[in-house]
Design a protein around this ligand. Structure first.
Ligand SMILES: Nc1ncnc2c1ncn2[C@@H]1O[C@H](COP(=O)(O)OP(=O)(O)OP(=O)(O)O)[C@@H](O)[C@H]1O
Ligand SMILES: [Mg+2]
Length: 337
């Protein structure tokens, strides 16, 4: 790492380290000495001779010798101290400005994370509060439907059906929020990702057919198995594949591949759908970030939470108009930590 990059570390998360101030002071002192030496050399080699010649010309003779001396010394001191001061102050200002920008970025990130966390807590609280009344409403509505059976007008019966569908949708939404918010206790057992991939594709076959999507399963010929929590891994995979399908509303190709390498299990879901801009891809794991009219923005954060909890990694690569690839890596033996 160069001296310059040590004094001006690359911007990013603030990472205060022990002793970093002392290191900075040493570096800064060294830099100041180096600068002063360079300024003196420039003065001695380049500027002094023509300046002295000019003074000699304008104040000639023995009677001006004292004055000449004073003038030369004053200008020499003035030039050297002013130039060094200017450079040092500019360096300091640049450093302060840089630290300030990093601080502002870190504060914004913190405020954003706090906002998202508060939003999550409020949403989970609301979902929790409405869950039981919703269950009650469903019971009353179903009771009403059975009472009206055969007695009500067609329109009235349809209205009750609509109420029941709406309640079911609301229940599904509250369950999704609660699933994301509640802590997941993993119960790892031997699970083959090949089976998970096949089951998820089968489960989503109605959506795959509706969107006219070609499916290619490039599964490892041997089991891609590890100690994993089956329900949560299935749910996370379902979310990822569903996103891929929803991104290809006008058809496309869904490729799911699995494999093993270096003691890790790999699952890749690739689509040829709408893709995402860099800015969108950056926010993909933030809760409640959605571009869909009926989306909650919880599928990706949930998948990430589950994969991290297993000690795995999830990464996304996307190009607008070309498609998206989601890569999941999981340890074979459950949590690595
Ligand atoms: N494969 C993909 N291709 C393009 N965009 C995607 C893909 N996967 C995710 N996204 C983008 O990321 C956003 C967040 O995805 P996420 O699954 O978290 O929420 P959602 O699908 O909008 O809603 P839901 O909570 O129902 O899953 C999506 O709204 C979409 O804009
Ligand atoms: Mg989703």
């Amino acid at each position: 790492m160069s001296v310059f990059s040590k004094v001006f570390p690359p911007s990013g998360a603030l990472s205060p380290k022990r002793g970093s101030n002392l290191r900075l002071i040493i570096l800064f002192t060294a830099l100041t000495i180096l600068l002063t030496a360079s300024v003196i050399v420039v003065w001695e080699q380049l500027l002094r001779p023509p300046y002295f010649a000019w003074v000699e010309r304008n104040y000639p003779g023995v009677e001006n010798a004292d004055y000449r001396n004073k003038l030369e010394q004053r200008v020499e001191h003035f030039f050297i101290s002013m130039t060094v001061d200017l450079i040092v102050v500019s360096l300091l200002l640049a450093m302060v400005g840089r630290q300030q920008r990093r601080l502002v970025a870190a504060n914004e990130q913190l405020a954003h994370s706090e906002k998202v966390a508060t939003l999550g807590r409020v949403a989970a609280q609301v979902a929790h509060e409405v869950r039981n009344p919703l269950a009650g409403l469903l019971l009353y509505s179903e009771h009403l439907k059975s009472k009206l059976d055969g007695k009500a007008h067609n329109g009235e019966a349809q209205l009750v059906d609509k109420i029941i569908t709406t309640i079911n949708n609301l229940t599904a939404t509250t369950e999704q929020i609660l699933n994301y918010a509640r802590p997941v206790t993993l119960a790892p057992k031997l699970l083959d990702l090949n089976t998970v991939a096949q089951d998820v594709v089968q489960l989503l076959s109605p959506e795959i057919t509706t969107n006219a999507i070609d499916v290619e399963l490039r599964l490892d010929p041997s089991p891609v198995a590890g100690m994993l929590d089956e329900p949560s891994i299935r749910a996370a995979t379902l979310n990822l594949v569903l996103n891929a399908i929803q991104a290809m509303s006008k058809g496309g190709r869904l490729t799911i591949s699995t494999g093993k390498a270096g003691g890790k299990l790999r699952l890749e879901i690739q689509d040829t759908g709408a893709g995402m801009s860099q800015a969108q891809a950056k926010q993909i794991f933030e809760p409640f970030n959605t571009t869909k009219s009926r989306g909650l923005g919880l599928g990706m954060p949930y998948a990430q939470k589950i994969i991290h909890q297993h000690g795995g990694q999830i990464t996304v690569e996307s190009e607008p108009g070309k498609g998206t690839q989601v890569r999941v890596e999981l340890p074979t033996s459950g949590r690595n930590s």
